[in-house]
Design a protein around this ligand. Structure first.
Ligand SMILES: [Cu+2]
Length: 496
């Protein structure tokens, strides 16, 4: 079992070290006390919320998980959830939020929090213009809610942090799907519980498909594969340990799995679902052709040999395994964590798919009529660090910005912390465009429609968005979830 006293001791050192100028190496675990706000979930007390530092260096682990032989488990692809009913306009689903034992380590089980008993949750496949309605039943012993990350969603279906439902209760979310095709995901967002709930498994794909994509003839069907990459730390009994380092990488819920592919093109929908990690993935130097970002297809394909994405971000990319003979093996590796997935080319196959030179042009952006500056930072002056947006910890009773419906705004987002405290900024309701990165060239991952953007320590990013349609309160926050839970969150209110 986890040695609580040792974690606490190390945590004190880490917080002190961070406050004194981030002297401790990356990867040092921390124990951080919860904010004492009455609105925060009581479950936070006793949680090991690090996330203060990116953990890239080796550290003597508190616990040692069971050994796993690499590439001996097949990577599962989460099943597509079947509608309980269909009408002329809407697909109706039911999904239980429930504890379940899942097999992460071969031959043993891990008690997880799941959607429908699965980790990752079942994939919901929706079509632009056709509504989806999902009724969730909360089978946990704690409040829950569900946020559709990247969704353009009415306020009462957003999974707003304070809008939770009790154990035993049900809640129906309705998604109009009036946005272009994109790789979205759904996850818990219940105030104070979200870090723990995501960490223990409440996350799944929501793939929105679009008739506009059909004539492009991108790889589809069984050759369109969602891949969720995240990290965790486990004890010797394969139980979750929330302390850092989270040195075990899970790919669709398995440790270093293999995936058998045909010698042809595949479209992968890659999600970084880690609570707090920057992924830098390479495929033995093989070209990965980026075709999509958080909010859908890019204007043109972008060949890359490294895919970099922070927590919450998505990248759609195509790999042409037709360039390789049957028998070839390629390993997807993270620059810090090492191998995460092996592709085995096991058969030849016909391939009529393609990657056209033009994918989907981006519409012109209306000029911004409002400019705001938002600084993300930590306050280390107290006994425990507090996450801040513009110097203030999240207060559900405070609206940070009122925005008139339909307004286009430029947000200059600043990371007010010193290295290694990177942040990743996410706002609900809209897709934005990254328009500036402190005068430096934009990163490849900044292209296209975005809802989450990486902001490195001490640097700034400007994004532009039009706040259309829906009224009400939505949050913006750091998507390193532990930072958000510590207060690094604010809210907007869209008004008529
Ligand atoms: Cu952050």
């Amino acid at each position: 079992m986890l040695n609580r006293r040792r974690v606490l001791t190390l945590g004190g050192l880490t917080v002190g070290g961070a406050a004194a100028g981030f002297l401790l190496p990356k990867g040092t675990p921390a124990h951080v006390q919860p904010l004492s706000d009455a609105h925060m979930g009581g479950q936070m007390a006793g949680m090991d919320m690090a996330g203060m530092l990116h953990h890239t260096g080796p550290l003597t682990p508190e616990t040692t998980p069971p050994p796993v032989t690499p590439f001996t488990t097949a990577m599962p692809v989460s099943p597509v959830l079947r509608p309980a009913a269909r009408s002329s306009t809407t697909d109706f689903y039911r999904l239980a939020i429930q504890p379940a034992n899942v097999e992460i380590f071969p031959g043993t089980t891990t008690p997880a929090l799941t959607y429908g008993g699965l980790f990752p949750g079942p994939t919901i496949r929706a079509r632009t213009g056709r509504a989806v309605q999902i009724t969730y039943t909360n089978g946990l012993s704690e409040v829950s809610n569900v946020h559709l990350h990247g969704g353009h969603t009415p306020q009462d279906s957003d999974g707003y942090s304070m809008d939770t439902f009790a154990p035993g209760a049900s809640r129906t979310y309705r998604y109009p799907n009036l946005q272009q095709g994109a790789t979205l995901w759904y996850h818990d967002h219940a105030m104070g519980f979200e870090a723990d709930h995501l960490y223990r498994g409440l996350q799944g794909f929501y793939v929105l498909e679009d008739d506009v994509e059909t004539p492009l003839r991108l790889p589809s069907g069984e050759f369109d594969v969602p891949i969720m990459v995240r990290d965790a730390h486990f004890d010797e009994n394969a139980g979750w340990v929330s302390a850092f380092p989270r040195d075990t990488v899970l790919t669709n819920g398995k440790i270093q799995p293999y995936f058998r592919v045909a010698a042809r093109k595949y479209r992968f929908r890659l999600l970084n679902a880690a609570n707090d990690r920057l992924l830098k993935l390479n495929l033995n130097g093989t070209e990965m052709i980026r075709i999509g970002s958080d909010g859908g297809l890019l204007p043109t394909p972008v060949p890359e040999t490294e895919l970099s994405l922070a927590s919450g971000e998505r990248t759609d990319f195509v790999v042409d395994f037709g360039r390789f003979p049957v028998g070839k093996q390629l390993v997807l590796s993270d620059a810090n964590a090492g191998p995460v997935l092996r592709f085995d080319v096991v058969r030849s196959a016909p391939d009529t798919s393609r990657v056209p030179d033009v994918l989907r042009p981006l519409p012109a952006m209306p000029p911004a009529t409002v400019t705001r500056d938002i600084t993300m930072s930590f306050d280390f002056t107290g006994a425990t660090p507090v996450g801040l947006m513009n110097g203030k910890a999240f207060d559900p009773n405070r609206v940070d910005y009122q925005i008139k419906r339909g307004t286009t705004e430029l947000w200059r987002i600043h990371n007010g912390d010193a290295a290694p405290l990177d942040h990743t900024f996410h706002v609900h309701l809209v897709q934005f465009r990254v328009v500036d990165r402190g005068g430096a060239p934009l990163l490849p991952v900044d292209a296209g429609r975005k809802d989450t953007v990486f902001v490195t320590a001490g640097n700034s990013v400007a994004v532009q968005a039009t706040f259309g349609d829906y009224l009400g309160k939505y949050v913006f926050h750091c998507h390193f979830i532990e930072h958000s839970v510590m207060g690094m969150m604010g809210q907007i209110e869209i008004v008529p």
